[in-house]
Design a protein around this ligand. Structure first.
Ligand code: PLP
Length: 382
């Protein structure tokens, strides 16, 4: 190990800080208590199940986007609420979903009609919801906008049947992405305008406000959120669910990498790292966005500017250009911030890249290895 290294493990590695995760979870639990609502972990953002015992001390359960997430919830957070939504269920999986999920949200009434008989025959009491598309979203990034004209996500009011089937007890909407309580307030107005006449007690007993709430970001208006929830509960006499992903583990993890080589490009020096945006932080390329780097500034703010890039053969496997106070050299650690969410769950081993190890840092500052990956993890999927 390099004697200059700040971290006592090999790179690349994700490190999730339990204190920071707990800080987020406390904020969420306080909201749930004050507003008398339920908050679920959206596993699609963060599925690090070694921390599910901690998370389940603070949240009511999980929501899943696919059958394996639902299974993980059933295995690793047993006895807590297990919600699922999918744009279309696979008939091969549905019997199992009925077995393990207590809330099942359908994307439209065709899906409901196709699968409801299986729920009835199972004899299990399952809460059934419909995802609605209020056709109002303030999401500017098209790839994340569930209300775009091409969106298949959720049922528009014009596609509702004349009479709401009486097995439906809840509605779900998810139209936000990294947004504040003011956006929720405006969205809810549209939801109520379009669907409020259907949100009638005693048939409708729960509403799910989805994810995309930046609750654990500084400046988020928590009081407004609590007011909105209380108001809606009172107006419609329903239970309210939130299912944040990002907000649960926001800023709770880092990705520690190391410089392998420095090369010259026509646009300046490039530090080739042992991590790849394409493999290990895919949202950097998909969204796209510029990930924060510890001690990294905008280009030319500090004396030493580098393009940070992965070692793969993908020309565009680039994080961005950053400047540093000290020069980078082979062996220098480069730390990417806010890397707990939408990373481990999206990892791939394109180019035969290694998957980063997963560590936790406990409240005393000690690191524990949760998982190390090897060749077999690459091979076993092919
Ligand atoms: C993605 C998603 C979430 C979580 O979104 P965040 O932006 O991570 O809070 C919750 N519910 C549904 C239906 C989703 O698709």
């Amino acid at each position: 190990m390099d004697k200059n290294a700040n971290y006592p493990f090999r790179t690349p590695a994700y490190v999730v800080d339990e204190q920071r995760l707990t800080d987020n979870l406390k904020i969420l639990r306080n909201i749930a208590l004050e507003a008398d609502c339920k908050i679920l972990l959206a596993q699609k953002a963060f599925s690090m199940y070694s921390l599910y015992p901690l998370i389940s001390d603070f949240l009511s359960g999980t929501c899943s986007s696919g059958v394996y997430e639902a299974q993980l919830s059933s295995d690793k957070m047993p006895g807590r609420e297990n919600h699922i939504y999918s744009a279309a269920y696979n008939p091969d999986d549905f019997a199992h979903i009925v077995k393990i999920c207590d809330h099942i949200v359908f994307n439209n009434f065709k899906q409901f009609s196709q699968f409801y008989p299986q729920i009835r025959r199972s004899g299990k009491s399952r809460k059934i919801g419909i995802r609605i598309n209020p056709e109002y979203s303030e999401v500017k990034t098209e790839i994340y906008n569930p209300c775009s004209p091409m969106s298949r996500l959720g049922c528009r009011i014009e596609d509702f049947p004349e009479a709401l089937p009486d097995q439906i007890s809840g509605f779900h909407f998810h139209t936000m992405c990294e947004q504040g309580a003011d956006v929720l307030e405006r969205t809810l107005k549209h939801v109520i305008n379009k669907f409020g006449h259907l949100m009638v007690y005693p048939q409708i007993t729960w509403l799910n406000f989805g994810g995309g709430h930046s609750i654990t970001q500084p400046g988020y208006d928590i009081k407004k959120l609590i007011d909105i929830i209380k108001r809606t509960k009172k107006e419609f006499n329903t239970e309210i669910y939130l299912e944040p992903g990002e907000a649960v583990a926001q800023n709770a993890g880092i990705l520690v990498s190391r410089v392998l080589d420095i090369v010259n490009t026509k646009s300046g020096k490039c530090a080739i790292l042992d991590v790849s945006p394409a493999c290990h932080m895919p949202d950097v390329l998909e969204m796209p966005y510029r990930p924060p780097v510890l001690g990294g500034f905008e280009p030319n703010v500090k004396p030493h500017t580098y393009i940070l890039a992965g070692p793969t053969c993908l020309a565009g496997d680039i994080c961005g250009t950053y400047s540093f106070a000290e020069p980078l050299a082979p062996g220098t650690e480069v730390v990417f911030c806010d890397m707990a969410i939408y990373t481990m769950v999206k990892n791939n081993s394109f180019n035969g890249m290694k998957l980063p190890s997963i560590y936790t840092k406990n409240t005393s500052g000690d690191y524990s290895v949760i998982k190390r990956f090897a060749y077999r993890d690459f091979m076993s999927r092919l």
